[in-house]
Design a protein around this ligand. Structure first.
Ligand code: SAH
Length: 211
């Protein structure tokens, strides 16, 4: 998987490739998908969500240019696969998942696997994690319609956000926080599940938001 789908397509960072070799994707796919664990595609993980394509996980991680002493925020924990990759590379990972069951499952799995430097919380990623901000990098693994300005505030100076933004057409952007303002680079076209707002999610289910 790592040689034929990831290195062959141009991911060069040895730290990223080593993490992709070390973390077994099989551990993060549902039991009935095990024979597809190393396939070059996203896979369903329940609740209408997916574990991302391995190449895209590696690509986004490489584009974040992570250092080993850095602290990273991930939005959209999902299966916890990208979270584990980040946990192999940086000092601390904070990950937010809006689906309570997925958040609990991923949190338990990462704990069992021994990722003591990873914290997962259930909540709406649009709020970020103010108590732990600012971050060296923010990686968003669901697609907001536009780059979420409110999360850029939680980046350090020199910090990078990697985000697939858009609706029918999505592009991955890298936004770097400068001394003044931001540098925005458009990378590649992708397809991610949407980054939903918590209030929208509840109203879609006919529930009331009472917090
Ligand atoms: N990195 C994950 C990708 C999972 S798919 C993996 O490889 O397994 C994207 C995830 O983002 C879904 O689990 C979805 O529930 C979550 N998500 C969507 N909107 C969100 C939001 N506002 N805050 C946090 N998580 C969100």
């Amino acid at each position: 998987m790592v040689r034929d789908q990831i290195a062959a397509r141009g991911v060069k960072d040895l730290v990223v490739l080593a993490a992709m070799i070390k973390v077994d994707r099989l551990l993060f796919v549902p039991d009935d998908m095990r024979d597809m664990a190393y396939a070059d595609s996203p896979l369903p993980i329940g609740y209408g969500q997916t574990i991302s394509q391995p190449y895209i996980v590696a690509y986004m991680t490489e584009q974040a240019s992570l250092g080993k002493d850095e602290r990273v925020l991930e939005i959209g924990t999902g299966s916890g696969y990208q979270t584990a990759i980040l946990g192999e590379i940086v000092r601390e990972v904070y990950s937010i998942e809006v689906n309570r069951s997925l958040a609990e499952q991923a949190s338990r799995k990462l704990e069992v696997l021994g990722y003591e430097n990873v914290k997962v919380k259930y909540g709406d990623g649009y709020g970020g994690w103010p108590g732990q901000a600012p971050f060296d990098a923010i990686i968003i693994t669901a697609a907001p319609p536009v780059i979420p300005e409110e999360l850029l505030d939680q980046l350090k100076e020199g910090g990078r956000m990697i985000v697939p933004a858009g609706t029918t057409h999505q592009e991955i952007y890298r936004v770097t926080k400068l001394v003044e303002g931001y540098k925005k680079e458009e990378l590649i076209a992708v397809r991610f599940v949407p980054m939903v707002r918590y209030a929208d999610k509840l109203s879609a289910k006919g529930e009331r938001h009472e917090e």
